[in-house]
Design a protein around this ligand. Structure first.
Ligand SMILES: C[S@@+](CC[C@H](N)C(=O)[O-])C[C@H]1O[C@@H](n2cnc3c(N)ncnc32)[C@H](O)[C@@H]1O
Length: 508
């Protein structure tokens, strides 16, 4: 119960030692605030540190939903603050506070400081918690984004977005601890919506040391600008570093992870000549992934089953692609469809044993939670198309933190399929796959991709990033344009459209 409450309210109090380090850094940067706002003040450690480091403070407001913490903060601050300072520590829910009035009451220069709760709306949903803003879909994520989980957001993200609104058009600074991924999202949103930012900095913080949390965390410091905007954010390795380790920013409507690499290689951005695809999603490895056992197969439930070959394909997972030099498939995937939405009833005639097997495990397959299977034929998979059966592929894992493209060729006379954590382009011949892999593994291509990859993301390599590199422009840069053009002339545009297995002759 205690743990549930701790998670629900993102209740990880900032140690006073860390609060002091933050205030010391802000003071060294020349900050001399008169007004302080701590919108989720907890036991008040940031308010205490502010009193120690900022002698010009006239007015302080702290808010928290936990009454016990509010009382702890009140007595700590009342003992420390001179009578000349007006202090108000309120027991309120920050989702329901009239923030415009609170912010208006505070003098400038204003410092919005703190450590908002690190909990996502999905975690809150699974706890049955209502500690959420009214409109949880607040960034207008819809459709496919909602299905694929992009609308998952952090509560701190909501509060940080508000914080940037409060400081806008004022002599004000926001300095808050948060997950690094959240800091980037918040900056992206501010840049995208035209908020004026004078300077943005991220100082990495060791979250496991201070909060026992294995997550990339930072202090985000943003100062507002009355008119012009700066679209760069300096990243420092720790609170002590004064020289940035790197600079990311906002260019042409999206986040760029490394401004220097981007400026150098942005001319290679262009058309997606070879179509990037994800592997097949089935969400039921125990049934759909099998290992060969003599002439039969063994599934993840330990059952030995005899299935027809028609729907079975050798498969590779992310770990195989990332770790093996020359990945060799050890598993087989049951792929009941050639294209998304294809009727699966035909399996009954074509492969009766496979049909019986699927029927026997229908309860597990029907229970798959993802909405991509809703209103689809029974036993459907997702991310399947003619490209899934391309005889040769150049593949990469989205999860692993390295840019290493692998060539995947047919195995046992069949095309190898990949799971949905991998990305790939389809090729028709080995020569073509080797050529494309060499291009993608070139130093220039790596630098180009590095311009966009945030390596601390859960899935750092994304389709969106892979699609940006124009292979023809890269071919020009590497003096192999002619060869590239030859392959492109023969590249089957049909890798977008349904093909039958039989048309996809291995090695043709
Ligand atoms: C990560 S802790 C940080 C506390 C404090 N800012 C610090 O740095 O020590 C997050 C705080 O947010 C408070 N909180 C969570 N949900 C809240 C809400 N809806 N309204 C106000 N405070 C909330 C929690 O009680 C908790 O004290």
């Amino acid at each position: 119960m205690k743990n549930k409450q701790k998670t629900e309210f993102g209740d990880f109090q900032t140690p006073i030692e860390l609060a002091r380090k933050v205030c010391s850094l802000l003071s060294q940067r020349g900050l001399e605030p008169s007004g302080i706002l701590e919108p989720s003040c907890g036991k008040g450690n940031f308010l205490r540190a502010c009193l120690e480091f900022f002698p010009d403070v006239q007015n302080m407001v702290g808010i928290d939903i936990n009454e016990k913490y509010v009382n702890v903060a009140r007595s700590a601050i009342n003992n420390l603050a001179p009578e000349t300072i007006s202090v108000e520590i309120m027991h309120e829910d920050f989702f329901r506070v009239d923030w415009a009035n609170v912010v208006k009451s505070l003098p400038e220069p204003l410092l919005v400081i703190g450590n908002p709760p690190w909990v996502t709306n999905a975690e809150l949903g699974s706890l049955g918690s209502f500690n959420l803003p009214d409109k949880s879909n607040y960034h207008n994520h819809r459709g496919i984004d909602a299905i694929t989980g992009k609308s998952n957001f952090d509560i701190s993200e909501w509060l940080l977005n508000r914080g940037l609104e409060w400081i806008s058009s004022r002599r004000a600074v926001l300095a808050m601890l948060c997950k690094t991924a959240v800091a980037r999202k918040v900056l992206y949103y501010a840049w995208k919506t035209g908020q004026h930012i004078e300077r943005a900095d991220i100082y990495c913080v060791n979250a496991s040391r201070y909060f026992g949390a294995a997550v990339g965390a930072c202090l985000l410091v943003v100062s507002a600008s009355p008119s012009d905007s700066n679209f760069d954010c300096q990243v420092y390795s720790s609170l002590k570093n004064s020289a940035p380790a790197m600079v990311f920013g906002y260019r042409q409507g999206r986040l760029v992870a490394d401004i220097a690499d981007f400026e150098r290689w942005k001319h290679l951005e262009g058309e997606e000549r070879y179509k990037w695809r994800s592997g097949i999603k089935h969400d039921c490895a125990k049934v759909m992934e099998l290992r060969r056992d003599n002439k039969s197969y063994r599934n993840g439930l330990g059952e030995i089953v005899a299935l027809e070959d028609n729907y079975l394909f050798p498969m590779l997972k992310s770990s195989d692609i990332a770790n093996a030099h020359d990945p060799l498939p050890l598993r087989w995937m049951l792929v009941p469809q050639q294209v998304i939405g294809e009727n699966t009833l035909q399996i009954r005639q074509v492969a009766p044993e496979t049909w019986k097997y699927l029927q026997r495990h229908a309860d597990l397959l029907d229970r798959r939670a993802s909405s991509v299977y809703r209103n689809r034929p029974r036993f459907s998979v997702f991310g399947v198309g003619n490209y899934s059966f391309a005889p040769w592929k150049v593949a990469i894992s989205g999860f692993y933190k390295k840019l290493d493209f692998k060539v995947v060729g047919p195995c046992a006379g069949k095309p190898v399929v990949l799971d949905d954590t991998c990305y790939f382009v389809g090729c028709r011949t080995e020569e073509e796959a080797l050529f494309i892999a060499e291009l993608l593994n070139s130093e220039i291509a790596r630098d180009f991709f590095s311009a966009f990859i945030f390596w601390d993301e859960k899935r750092p390599i994304t389709l969106d990033i892979l699609r940006r590199l124009d292979l023809l422009l890269l071919g020009q840069e590497l003096n192999v344009e002619e060869a590239m053009r030859k392959f492109l002339d023969r590249y089957p545009k049909t890798y977008d459209q349904p093909l039958l297995f039989s048309e996809n002759v291995v090695g043709s």
